[in-house]
Design a protein around this ligand. Structure first.
Ligand SMILES: [Zn+2]
Length: 85
């Protein structure tokens, strides 16, 4: 008997009398579970950058000189704290 062969991504293996097991690679599960946190981080960084340069938090449109309280590009309400002076 050699070392057990690990699947590259996923593999369905017969286990016992008509029963099957799905074996997943740890890296594949970790990558799958990392997608949502990475997406959340990218969105937060993008919104922070837009707020820093005075853009709309939703679409990034420049809000310089805007006094209406809504983004003219996408209609998103602009919080008072992030309105450019
Ligand atoms: Zn906008």
């Amino acid at each position: 008997m050699g070392q057990p062969r690990l699947p590259l991504v996923a593999e369905v293996l017969p286990v016992y009398d008509g029963q099957w097991a799905v074996v997943l690679s740890c890296w594949y599960v970790a990558l799958f579970l990392a997608v949502l946190p990475l997406w959340w981080i990218v969105r937060r960084r993008r919104a922070a950058k837009r707020a820093m340069i005075g853009g709309c938090l939703h679409c990034g449109y420049s809000l310089t000189g805007n006094t209406s309280g809504t983004c003219p590009e996408c209609g998103t309400a602009i919080p008072k704290a992030s309105r450019p002076a």
